[in-house]
Design a protein around this ligand. Structure first.
Ligand SMILES: Cc1cc2nc3c(=O)[nH]c(=O)nc-3n(C[C@H](O)[C@H](O)[C@H](O)COP(=O)(O)OP(=O)(O)OC[C@H]3O[C@@H](n4cnc5c(N)ncnc54)[C@H](O)[C@@H]3O)c2cc1C
Length: 368
């Protein structure tokens, strides 16, 4: 019987798995090498979507995950982490056909999407420069939005701690003890050893290292992304915007979060391990955002963060128990801001003995 579960990592996945396990009555210790939300979940664009996710089973998991966010936010008073304002997306001439195909594909799956004219987009985002928009062909996905992962993690962990979970911070996992085909204990850098009936690997970009402690090889192809946080600025940006050279969304208290895939390559790591970003790339993204919303010219860059996307080898989530080591479980994926509340709940159910055979079949570790 599973009495004590050790969850490794306190990002969105670790927090979601821990909250679900405690809701289901388990005793949980969640361990992080640093502070909760100090990993990728603290440096992410966190757009909630299933926009172009393939194959169909991954799309469906993402849609169910969007519903789970909506449900959780409706249940919890002051759930200020959840913002379902929709997403506007348009493309340059050379990308327009790809956007058209994406919209046709999601409509075919029954996902909400529609085409807007410039005037309709301006009625949603009146501070956009009309000259920056095409006359039509602007895709609108009304059920998408964004979350504030740090606030979500704070809520999930505090509700878990109030149900008896222990949160261990600043104490990296350094090894696992296994015997007779099961994990028996988790070793921490402090020297503490946690006896475990089950272990859940929620270590995000470091998940391969934790799997290695269990003798399992998890292929990962992580990538870095650059996120630019502006100062508060009195510009009406009310939703997620995907324009040709810049993506942006509100970031709370008048701040905006900017990202451009074209700038991700400007992140570098020095010989001493410090992560930096070329200054010209940051200026370029701010200029691209100002070209869309002229009012952004009044904003300064308050912070630049580099996040590491935890991407399993084939791009799909890795969820559920390892057949070879049946009390060792995975909750690892890109798009974790979208997926974690729902996928973490499925993983927690399986940890405690529910049969999730069909729901998790496409996402099992064994496919590698
Ligand atoms: C630039 C960028 C943009 C993104 N945009 C989106 C988006 O728009 N929508 C979306 O849904 N997703 C997006 N993502 C992905 C999403 O942010 C991640 O999938 C998600 O945050 C991963 O959460 P996690 O809990 O798995 O990992 P993390 O948040 O990294 O948490 C893992 C935790 O494990 C801890 N840990 C690691 N090793 C150990 C150890 N040995 N012992 C103890 N603890 C350990 C770390 O300290 C960390 O706190 C984006 C990511 C990036 C980088």
């Amino acid at each position: 019987m599973v009495e004590h579960v050790v969850v490794i990592g306190a990002g969105v996945y670790g927090a979601a798995v821990t909250a679900s396990l405690t809701r289901r009555g388990a005793r949980v210790t969640v361990v992080d090498a640093g502070a909760p939300a100090s990993g990728t979940s603290g440096a992410t664009f966190s757009w909630t979507n299933s926009c172009g996710k393939q194959p169909r089973i991954y799309h469906d998991l993402s849609v169910a995950s969007m519903r789970a966010h909506r449900r959780l936010a409706a249940e919890v008073p002051f759930s200020d982490w959840y913002h379902e304002g929709g997403n506007l997306e348009w493309a340059d001439d050379d990308e327009r056909e790809e956007l058209r195909k994406k919209v046709a594909g999601v409509l075919d799956y029954g996902y909400e999407a529609r085409w807007l004219s410039r005037a309709e987009a301006l009625s949603l985002e009146p501070d956009l420069d009309p000259a920056a928009l095409p006359a039509d062909g602007i895709a609108y996905f009304p059920r998408e939005g964004w979350i504030d992962p740090t606030r979500l993690i704070g809520h999930l962990l505090s509700s878990a701690v109030s149900r008896g979970a222990e949160l261990v911070r600043d104490d990296p996992v350094t090894g696992l003890e296994s015997a007779a085909g099961l994990v028996r204990a988790v070793r921490l850098a402090s020297g503490r050893q946690l006896a475990a009936d089950a272990v859940v690997n929620c270590a995000g970009p470091q998940a391969a290292g934790i799997a290695e402690f269990a003798g399992l090889v998890l292929p990962m192809r992580n990538t870095r992304g650059v996120l630019i946080h502006t100062s508060p600025v009195a510009v009406s940006v009310s939703r997620v915007i995907h324009a040709p050279h810049v993506h942006l969304r509100p970031d709370g208290a008048g701040r905006l979060l900017l990202h451009s895939p074209e700038t991700d390559g400007a992140a570098y790591v020095t010989a001493t391990g410090e992560v930096g970003v070329e200054r010209s790339a940051v200026t370029g993204v701010l200029e691209a955002a100002s070209a869309l919303y002229p009012g952004i010219r009044a904003a300064a860059v308050e912070g630049v963060r580099v996040g590491e996307r935890p991407i399993p080898g084939d791009g799909l989530p890795v969820l559920g128990r390892a057949v070879e080591l049946p009390n060792f479980h995975f909750a690892v994926s890109h798009s974790g801001a979208t997926l974690s509340v729902h996928a973490g709940d499925l993983v927690a159910a399986e940890v405690l003995g529910e049969d999730l055979g069909e729901a998790l079949a496409a996402f099992r570790f064994e496919r590698f």
